[in-house]
Ligand binder design. Sequence first.
Ligand code: AHR
Length: 364
Amino acid sequence: MKKRIVAGMLTALMAASMVACGSSDTATETTTDTTAEESTDTAAEAPSGDKITVGFAQVGHESDWRTASTNSVQDAFSEANGYDLQFVDCDNDSAKQIEAVRQFIQNDVDYIVIDPIVSTGWDTVLTECEDAGIPVIVIDRTIEDSDKYVSWVGSEFMNEGLASGAWLKAYAEAKGITDLNILVIEGSNGSSAQIGRTDGFKKYADAEGWTILDSQDGDFTQDGGQQVMESYCKSYAGKFNVVVCQNDNEAFGAMDAMKAAGVSYGVDKDVILISFDACKAGLEYVQSGDINADFMCYPLQGSYCADIVKALQNGETVAKQTFMTEPWYVAEDILKSITYTNNAGDEVTEDLIQVTDAASQASY
Ligand code: AHR
């Protein structure tokens, strides 16, 4: 199906939407609207009844989060829903991801969905999409060096990092722990998820005078988390009491490494363990007290994408940015909420949810 936005119109559309690009000033949903005007050039239109073709350049398959994200987009853009989805697993390789987008342009798809592996290096290929008149929707991670996309749907990673720092500060105070010596296992370097979580947490570490002993890339994988933690257990034996893993799969690997090294973790153990994602398996570990706190990153963005495509097909306005609502989960009930200044500069108080069977089973 071709309800193609012609290149000139797409340029105007993107120019109109530049105003709010890069701003992340609300925790829920921002609605800087853009309108997709349909081409009246009927020569480009295929017979009605055709499927809408969508190319999706996915990051890879590194985590439970990623699997849920892939399933969500594939479900939303299913054949039964009237789509022909071209899916590329980019295996965490930025060059492969750019190549996939160029292939979608060659294939003359109607829409391109990108979950950017890294946040920079995008302007050239997005200009090529614009020149071809193909609207781009960005999901999950952000693009920082180009605004040539119609809409973005994802997480405020900085707030996830800030919330984890605010929680650790309040938790340490409640437990009477005064000396925090921290090891961080970062997500894939250069991704906005890694950058936001690192920067947000570091704000607290700097302000509170915590010691970050080391911070290394675990690539958002279980193997990566395990390898980094094995090396940490050798280099920092007996010197750390907090481990921050930037996703659940890294935490699973880190737990295996700590267990093997005889380091206990979780509620009232040697090490406070913090994680992100709050996938089902992650929340089960929170419930059992092995992970102290888990900050959700919500991956089910497929239906949001499909709604954007439908709106664009109908020439309707779409929000430039849509932020997922993300709860924070904890193992104990000693703290009910945290208060912190979010990335928009607003002081917010947010509930801490003690994990129950219902909460873990309801997760992805
Ligand atoms: O971009 C989202 C992050 O990427 C998730 O935290 C992680 O699990 C994934 O691999």
